[in-house]
Design a binder for this molecule. Sequence first.
Ligand code: NAD
Length: 532
Amino acid sequence: MSAVVRETPMREAVGSIEVRDPRTGDWLYTVPSATQEQITEAFETAHTASRAVRAMSVRQRLDELVKIKRYVLENKEHIIDRVVSETGKSRMDALMSEIFAVLDVIDYYDKNAERVLADQVVKTPVLLFGKKSRIYYEPMGTVLMITPWNYPFHLTIIPFICAFTAGNAVITKPSEYTPLRGLLEDIVDKSGFVRNGLQVVYGGKDTGRALVDQRPDKIIFTGSTRAGKQVMAQAAQYLIPVELELGGKDPMIVFDDVNIDRAVNGAIWGGMTNSGQTCTAVERVFVQERVYDQFLNALKQKIERVSTPSKRQAASDCGDLDMGCMTTDFQVDIVDKQVRDAEAKGARIVSGGHRVGQGLEYQPTVIADVDDSMAVAREETFGPVLAIRKFSDEAEAVRLANDSPYGLNSSVWTDDLARGERVARRLETGNCSINNVLATQANAALPFGGVKESGFGRYKGAHGLHSFSNVKSVMIDKNSPMIELNWYPYTKEKYQLFSKLIDTAFSGRPLATLKALLIGVKLQGLGKKQRL
Ligand code: NAD
């Protein structure tokens, strides 16, 4: 497989986007950006579809998703071919993250969504005697998704599954670098999925902005922190709720009581999977001083065994390539700039550290003795680079790990599970694995999302359905001739009784509730006499 220089960089051209194979630079196709008329029409269609989706029971919606599951299962090699041709990732990366994860999430909701979205009975306080409290989880309407290029299938389908299961119609705008033209449309049409439940609108940033201006009922944005802030600022004009799934600079803390072999293998996979273009990739590794050299030596030996396109003899990837090439030329430049900056500031390049030829392959890279002056320690790298640093004790490890504007994912490695949980609680991230990497994403029941500049909101799990719902509180009372005690008219006597009721109910003394109820009975008597 030879990597060649692109003739023209992939970018949004006027009115169209050009898509190339990152492995070769070959032109794949050109797709026109949506016109304003098409955008308006997509929203009109979605509003109509949202009423149909809303009218379906949760079970009926799940049955629709099971059609997609069957289609994906039967066509997984074709989907992998498409994803690989636009991202350059290895087939195994595509199989596990783009196919397995999607099927697993549908399966989880198939078994659990009806319970999660069922009306919830909530306890009603005794002072509200005779009433019932409920929570209804209702659809929001039309959800807009804007997605990035690193997992073009997974990061579209999984939030869509959440939004649709909760009863919404969805419009998605894929990245201009990996639009997977026609793939989602085919899945929807050929699986027999409910018409217009999912629509795809192609284009770049300007298209994204035009879609936000259509005032969807909710936006889920996955991408860079910079663009996430722009989307949120634009959405604020219309008070559209947004969920932001943004960048990361994820720490891995390795204590000196771990099995070094497992931790090193974990660091390599966690840092290199998808060529490091994973928002939850391990980027910063903090290793306790007693095992620092041992860890680095093992890391150097093992990382050199990771198979990459340029190291292989075989022309094609039959699922046996560890790491593919990167997806975009600008990201390769960012990675190389950070590596050169670290080198110039005195870090040690333990392994890799270079672009391969003129293409989009970057060597699996380990940089040791990293410090705060280096961009690789602070900025998102989003490439196959592990930045290693020493720490002395638990407090220092937590301080270093939390010293980042990002807060997406993290991991703690120790034989002492009490310490593992203690540290996990102190890490300012939305996800954390103990003695594992990127493991929370493997469980469809666990919600996913970040804190700090990694964004907010959650999808997957029960939270992932509630976050696409209007969580409606309902109080049910009986039709009766009575009026409520706190309604008009306000009188001095009523004021004094309520004041006494408050003092009694919240006194914490024995039988407080019973005594408060007796005052309530007096208030009721008053209510019968005093009314407007
Ligand atoms: P990006 O922010 O450049 O683009 C993401 C999407 O937003 C694209 O579809 C793009 O066209 C659109 N867009 C950009 N600016 C916009 C604007 N002002 N208004 C509307 N739409 C706009 O990100 P990218 O380069 O495609 O993806 C890489 C980034 O995504 C990394 O920072 C990575 O960490 C992050 N990411 C986060 C997660 C997560 O779940 N937290 C997952 C994957 C990737």
